[in-house]
Ligand binder design. Sequence first.
Ligand SMILES: [Zn+2]
Length: 172
Amino acid sequence: MREKKFCPYCGAPLSERIEEGRTRKWCKACNTTLYENPVPATCSVVIDDQNRILLVKRSVEPKKGVWCLPGGFMENGENPEQGALRELFEETGLRGKVDFLLGVVSTPGTIYDSILMTGFLVRAYTGKAKAGDDAEKAEWFSMDTFPEIAFTSHKNFISIYRAAHENTPAPG
Ligand SMILES: [Zn+2]
């Protein structure tokens, strides 16, 4: 992970100080504390009518060449569902509808210190899966034979779906 060295507001070099028991980056020049928080991201467990799961093969780092769920970082002004469905469309060309929330987990990141990952179940969608942004491939896999998954949080959402919802009917 790269470290922030300069104040984003005034450009002065950052120092550190302890606030509420935590060491925080602080700009002495403009007396600003840089609060760093987990970065929100979303992903979708997309299931077709044969109980196959949609995975994308990553074309960018981190974990380039490894499969994962469609997803990515939230943009300002969108809610988590919108973020998940936008990423789904960008990476696979599918227009989906969120069925329900599978879970929210905090996970260490490679670019950011910590990521807040939200996972949704999507069983209603239109279109045909085709690789887009950040994805080299987008393919459906059987639950018994899917490949290694790049991120533990994604793997956990698949397990949550399988354990609790695999046999619940999809919305009609
Ligand atoms: Zn400053």
